[in-house]
Design a protein around this ligand. Structure first.
Ligand SMILES: [Zn+2]
Ligand SMILES: [Zn+2]
Length: 487
């Protein structure tokens, strides 16, 4: 073979090798496998691999090379966030973290064959982290609706957001995941978790209730860890191998009573052949009760024995509160955890009462909240005075005879609370009005009366609101008294 032929064969075989490599493209695929997770104080995590339709990508030239990149501001566009409300934390796979507070339009993230990187030539050079793992958005001034809150029955104690926790001193915890065996070879698996010990948040052994965003409810003693998982916080008890995902809050030294007791107490009383009327004052917080007592806005209820504090369920909104009061079960069991659900998945007190041969009735405002098996009397605002409390009151008076269980739902305090704030004079005057209806109904009732609420109310920029894991929303008064006391 001559030299020329050998060269030709060599070149041809090299070409074939290249062709074979090109066909499989193993390295090209690896490049696009690098993930970048956008997390922290965001409702939904975003995982960027490569060209992503949600984030506008462009070509970026660095030292004559071209890279796929996006400008940091496009994240704020994607989430519809105001840039000035957030800090941004870059976290690399080797554990470096850089935080920036502004100049986001001068920062680009680009993907190279080793991963995602920061490019910001107008910043100090150390900003240029290589091989990023995540970008954490941190809300600068979070309010209580953004993360998890630790509350007591009388105050909001501590508020944490996932973003904030990315900057705290967390411990690494090797969580034992289990042992597996194959062909007589076994292996112990662990998962590394970022945690803070509960003792940094609460004294160990304190009685607490942990609640989750989807309405789960766990009474327990304070022990174990809080785990940061991206944009979520979990509770971890390694000894019991218990993980509670996506918690929304912890209440320390919770009241013994819960609004779910409106079900249990009523059923218990009715089984002793007494009648029960539940006066359900929508959106009545314990804080409002105390404020009203101090300022003489509760002439009747102020004379009753001091009510107990009762814990509402999460989410503290009407549908879930009412369902908890009528089923005696928390949202994840009765199926109603927010305003979108109307059909309880379990029997309500009305179903049990009809099983016991007892009569029941619900006196409502102008619309039904839940789909229930009972006679519901709707009361539109017939006299057009802007609210239905007077109609509800009259309707209750007319319908109360020969009923074993009557629930009377006053809506006005909640409406006034939303419009004017929880403790204003306007809202208090509404409470005075409802107090007089309660006075009269209790006097006329031949049985036991429970007076309570579905959730509380906190003041907001626009008046008042509820639906947040905070003590004003989560703690309501709970009275039990004898009817007919004025007779
Ligand atoms: Zn309500
Ligand atoms: Zn409301």
């Amino acid at each position: 073979m001559n030299k020329k032929k050998i060269m030709l064969i060599f070149v041809l075989s090299m070409l074939l090798m290249f062709a074979a490599c090109g066909a499989e493209k193993p390295n090209v695929k690896a490049v696009f496998n690098h993930q970048l997770i956008i997390t922290g104080d965001v409702e939904n995590e975003l995982v960027l691999k490569t060209r992503n339709d949600d984030i506008s990508m462009a070509d970026l030239r660095i030292d004559d090379e071209s890279y796929l990149s996006f400008n940091l501001t496009s994240l704020f566009t994607y989430y519809e966030f105001f840039e000035e409300n957030y800090d941004v934390l870059f976290v690399s796979h080797d554990g470096m973290k850089n935080k920036v507070s502004d100049g986001f339009d001068l920062i680009n993230l680009y993907i190279s064959d080793t991963g995602w990187n920061v490019y910001a030539p107008y910043f100090p050079p150390t900003i240029a982290l290589k091989n990023l793992k995540s970008v954490v958005l941190i809300k600068k001034n979070p309010d209580l609706s953004h993360g998890i809150n630790i509350i007591s029955p009388t105050e909001n104690r501590l508020s944490l957001t996932p973003g904030k926790m990315h900057l705290m001193n967390l411990e690494l915890f090797n969580y034992f995941d289990g042992t597996s065996t194959k062909n007589n070879n076994s292996m112990d698996a662990y998962k590394v978790k970022e945690v803070i010990h509960m003792s940094r948040l609460l004294p160990i052994g304190t009685s607490i209730v942990i609640m989750t965003r989807d309405g789960k409810y766990y009474p327990m003693e304070s022990i174990g860890y809080l785990e940061l998982q991206g944009n979520r916080l979990n509770y971890l008890n390694p000894n019991k191998r218990l993980v509670i995902f996506d918690i929304v809050g912890i209440i320390e030294q919770p009241p013994v009573k819960s609004i779910m007791d409106a079900y249990h107490d009523a059923l218990h009383i009715i089984k002793t052949n007494k009648k029960v009327m539940v006066i359900y004052i929508d959106g009545f917080s314990f804080r409002q009760y105390e404020h009203a007592i101090k300022n003489n806005h509760l002439p009747f209820m102020g004379k009753l024995e001091t009510p107990e504090k009762a814990l509402a369920v999460y989410k503290p909104v009407t549908n879930s509160g009412m369902a908890a009061m009528l089923t005696g079960q928390p949202p994840h069991m009765n199926g109603i955890s927010d305003r979108n659900n109307r059909n309880p998945l379990v029997d309500t007190i009305f179903d049990h009462l009809s099983g016991l041969g007892k009569s029941s009735m619900l006196i409502e405002g102008n619309a039904s909240i839940l789909n229930l098996n009972t006679e519901t009397v709707l009361n539109p605002d017939v006299n057009n005075n802007g609210y239905t409390d007077d109609e509800v009151y009259n309707s209750a008076k007319q319908n109360m005879s020969d009923i074993d269980y009557l629930m009377v739902h006053f809506h006005g305090l909640d409406d006034w609370g939303h419009s004017y704030g929880d403790l204003t004079l306007e809202t208090m005057s509404k409470l005075v009005e409802i107090d007089s209806y309660v006075d009269s109904l209790v006097a006329l009732w031949d049985g036991i009366v429970i007076i309570t609420s579905d959730h509380g109310m906190h003041s907001s920029d626009l008046g008042g609101d509820h639906g947040v894991f905070r003590y004003e929303d989560m703690i309501v008064p709970y009275f039990i008294t004898e009817g007919g006391m004025h007779k």
